[in-house]
Design a protein around this ligand. Structure first.
Ligand SMILES: Nc1ncnc2c1ncn2[C@@H]1O[C@H](COP(=O)(O)OP(=O)(O)O)[C@@H](O)[C@H]1O
Ligand SMILES: [Mg+2]
Length: 355
């Protein structure tokens, strides 16, 4: 099986993606033929570029293409995909986090190109990326989420007083402020008072035109991995013990002070509830292949609330998604193979039309 591994990308999560790609390449070495395609931060696609080389191009700003590829194709990724990639590989693993990768954009390109790919389709990816749409859908399906409000950047700029008052009246402090479309905690802050709330909304507004403010949830952070297409399965849940006040970018990827505990320290009933909700959340956004579903298990009353679904979870060797499957009996290389199978299965199923 020949796989193109597309990684890097233009989002704030470029570095995370590069780390994930390095782990995947190592895990499948000798088992699958992999063509890595690095996307630089300025959006150039470089076939044959290893994660290490992509890191170096960021530092040097010059990029020697690793393969004989027409320069015009490099400037035009869709041309490259449509013209060449389909001949070279059986499927694509888009291992990109955040906007322009995890959000349905790459998935749309691959649909147009007629190339099978790992993970959710266009709609699932877009819904999983947008915290406001995702939560609206969860609510509509009767799945439990915390209180939240959504504002546009324009509203925040035009009527800051009204927004502050509505947050204070409806949610109170502390609260969490997030850009609707991001990931890896980029642009997220915990606001303890009015001053911090203003700063937090300004910060989130740098990343998106849609802002979400959530009530603070005091709970254990529990995550569950889902794998499958029409009959998705849930893994043993794990728990994140954040090293900082919350699980922010630095804590996730730089300081590494946070701990993963598998299985999560929750009751059997809570475990069953997490697994059931994980599958429901997966189905709610019409996901396929994989997703990591994140929860809060509240400290005061033990309730389980959904936080978010991630359609392209981290894949470093210390990432929760592969670790949860390992703990559930599916080792990392077998997990990648299973994801590839699921991608092909979904691709052929989608093409099963009446002629
Ligand atoms: N409503 C909340 N209450 C308490 N902690 C939160 C809340 N929302 C987010 N957090 C903290 O912030 C982290 C990042 O938020 P999250 O919504 O998961 O965004 P991302 O998509 O960037 O991972 C969470 O892992 C958690 O530690
Ligand atoms: Mg998260």
């Amino acid at each position: 099986m020949r796989i193109a591994l597309i990684y890097g990308g233009q989002s704030g999560e470029h570095e995370v993606s590069v780390m994930s790609a390095a782990s995947v390449l190592k895990a499948v070495a000798g088992k699958m033929e992999v063509l890595p395609i690095g996307i630089t931060k300025d959006g150039r696609w470089i076939p044959g570029l290893s994660p290490q080389e992509l890191v170096e191009t960021g530092q040097r700003e010059v990029t020697p293409p690793r393969r004989e590829v027409d320069d015009k194709l490099l400037q035009n990724p869709s041309g490259f995909l449509l013209g060449k990639l389909k001949e070279e590989v059986d499927l694509v693993f888009p291992l990109l986090h955040g906007p322009m990768g995890e959000d349905g954009t790459i998935q749309g390109l691959l649909e147009l190109a007629g190339i099978p790919y790992i993970g959710g389709g266009i709609a699932a990816s877009a819904l999983g990326m947008d915290k406001a749409l995702m939560k609206a859908l969860f609510c509509q399906q009767g799945l439990p989420v915390g209180d939240y409000r959504v504002f546009s950047r324009k509203e925040w700029e035009a009527e800051p007083q009204r927004i502050i008052e509505s947050v204070e009246a409806d949610l109170g402090y502390p609260c969490f402020v997030k850009p609707a479309n991001m990931g890896s905690s980029v642009g997220i802050s915990k606001a303890h008072d009015r001053e911090e709330l203003k700063k937090a909304l300004d910060l989130a507004a740098l990343y998106d035109r849609k802002l979400i403010v959530e009530a603070f949830l005091d709970g254990q952070e529990v995550e569950c991995a889902v794998l499958g297409n029409d009959q998705p399965e849930a893994s043993i849940p794990g728990e994140i013990i954040a090293g900082a006040e919350f699980y922010d970018y630095e804590d996730k990827y730089i300081k590494n002070d946070s701990k993963l505990v598998i299985p999560a320290a929750i009751t059997q009933e809570q475990t069953a509830e997490v697994q059931e909700l994980a599958i429901k959340a997966f189905k709610a956004i019409d996901c396929a292949g994989m997703a990591r579903v994140d929860f809060f298990v509240l400290r005061n009353d033990g309730r389980v609330l959904l936080n978010e679904i991630n359609t392209i979870p981290g894949f470093t060797k210390i990432s929760m998604y592969p670790k949860l499957w390992e703990a559930s009996g599916l080792p990392y290389p077998a997990l990648i193979e299973r994801l590839a199978e699921l991608a092909l299965e979904r691709f052929h199923d989608a093409r099963r039309r009446r002629s």
